[in-house]
Design a protein around this ligand. Structure first.
Ligand SMILES: Cc1cc2nc3c(=O)[nH]c(=O)nc-3n(C[C@H](O)[C@H](O)[C@H](O)COP(=O)(O)OP(=O)(O)OC[C@H]3O[C@@H](n4cnc5c(N)ncnc54)[C@H](O)[C@@H]3O)c2cc1C
Length: 424
């Protein structure tokens, strides 16, 4: 894609006032923004996406998802061949504690369900954005949004040539990730109520690129490391570290810390040593502080989707699935608004409904994520629970399905489930 790819909206019709640049301006062209944009353009709306990066590059982010994210991509229109090229099947996630307890979480594969996958984001993200362009979206790469004014429906951006521009749209969507400028400008961004953590991610070459192996999640002292085989012959390393790692990070740097952690990962029959010594394919990308929350996901004239709408921690499989589902729900809200009503009452109604639906949809999963974080912060407790999960197949099965967003998350909050998990 060129530095500033754009496409005119073919048969698009829009309800925007004369002089508006677009009916909908989306800040951020990651998976959430790209999928939302394509859905809106397909529904006939005039959409502009402003994406800060002139070209795709690896940023701190996730690749491992349950089959629910694959199903969401299918609903977004990706065909089987494209999915096969970007997603590598992973039979299970193996969780390993420091004291040696291990259990495997599957996502219903033993009942014939699809497996989890490791995505090649270097292919997936550009494909999603290209699909948006093909649907008629005006995708402007290299446009960095610096300020927004939802009340007047305008946003300020720095263009690739360094000049400043104003884009006007009655609907502004923040799809700009965890440090969302839209969430901050609308006053809804808040820090997560967890001790600050750093996330580090990068890829190593996979000497067995077609191998079918489990992903691994190893719990460390004050952190954890996830290892996932991904499409494109690579291994993704994702590390989350708490405050006690800060002196080491300052002293020797993120890459040296990450490499030392990776080299210390024990080998297993399923996971031989070879990949550990590979040269990183991309820079060790960091996210600090990891996670953010929002008090609302919409207001008059604006919506948040994807990580911009809140992101706690990747341990429980948050991220891509939620980004794709929020894009679907936001598309329905924006299309409903444009089909039926103008600004004012109808506007608030459609967008408030989006906020409520998002909250309902993810409230229980958020509670599960908080519960897991509480256990992670207490290694003895985590180890105790891990030993019970390892010994109890039905607990393990429910946990895998909840983590994978394949059954309602409140099932893991049911007192009977918690009793069967924690009873000695
Ligand atoms: C360390 C780490 C590990 C993770 N592991 C997992 C995992 O295992 N599984 C999982 O499902 N998820 C994981 N995630 C989360 C996952 O990466 C995100 O949920 C997913 O990328 C969200 O997509 P998005 O489109 O909302 O945001 P992003 O992918 O972050 O895209 C946001 C886009 O907005 C652009 N942007 C930002 N600011 C501006 C601006 N001012 N102007 C214009 N453009 C802007 C950015 O350049 C970017 O392209 C992880 C995240 C981290 C940080």
């Amino acid at each position: 894609m060129s530095a500033e790819a754009s496409a005119t909206a073919g048969a698009a019709t829009s309800a925007v006032d004369a002089g508006d640049d677009a009916a909908v301006a989306i800040v951020g062209g990651g998976p959430a923004g790209a999928v939302l944009a394509a859905r809106l353009a397909t529904a006939g709306l005039d959409v502009v996406v402003l994406e800060r990066s002139p070209a795709w590059h690896w940023r701190a982010g996730g690749v491992f998802t349950s089959p629910a994210a694959v199903a969401a991509l299918r609903r977004a229109g990706l065909d089987a061949a494209t999915l096969a090229a970007v997603a590598r099947p992973i039979p299970a996630m193996r969780v390993e504690t420091a004291s040696g307890t291990t259990f495997r979480l599957t996502y219903g594969t033993e009942r014939g369900g699809d497996p989890a996958v490791g995505f090649d984001r270097s292919r997936l993200d550009p494909i999603l954005l290209e699909r948006a362009v093909a649907a008629g979206v005006d995708v402007r790469r290299g446009w960095n949004v610096t300020a927004i004014q939802p009340a007047t429906g305008s946003l300020a951006a720095r263009r690739p040539d360094g000049r400043h521009a104003t884009v006007r749209a009655p609907v502004i969507v923040g799809a700009d990730g965890a440090h969302s400028v839209v969430a901050r400008a609308t006053g809804v961004a808040r820090p997560v109520r967890l001790d600050p953590r750093i996330g580090l991610t990068y890829h190593l070459p996979d000497p067995d690129p077609a191998g079918c192996r489990d992903a691994r999640m190893l719990v460390l002292r004050d952190g954890y490391v996830g290892i996932a085989p991904v499409a494109g012959g690579r291994i993704n390393v994702g590390i989350v570290l708490g405050r006690s790692w800060r002196p080491a990070l300052v002293r020797v740097g993120a890459r040296a810390v990450a490499e030392a952690i990776v080299k210390a990962i024990p080998t297993s029959e399923d996971d031989p040593a070879a990949w550990r010594d590979g040269e990183p394919i991309d820079t060790v990308a960091g996210a600090w502080p990891l996670g953010h929350r929002v008090t609302r996901r919409s207001g008059p004239g604006w919506l948040l989707v994807g990580d911009a709408a809140g992101f706690l921690d990747p341990f429980t499989g948050e991220g891509l699935h939620r980004a794709l589902v929020s894009a679907e729900l936001a598309a329905a809200a924006i299309v409903a608004l444009h089909r039926g009503r103008g600004r004012g009452h109808g506007h608030d109604e459609a967008f408030e409904a989006y906020d409520r639906t998002m909250q309902r949809r993810f409230l229980a999963k958020d509670a599960v994520s908080w519960l897991v974080q509480a256990f992670l912060a207490r290694p003895l407790l985590f180890d105790y629970a891990a030993r019970r999960v390892a010994a109890r197949p039905s607990v393990r099965a429910t946990m895998g399905l909840v983590m994978g967003d394949l059954i309602p998350a409140y099932r893991a909050l049911d007192p009977r489930f918690l009793a069967s998990l924690l009873a000695p």
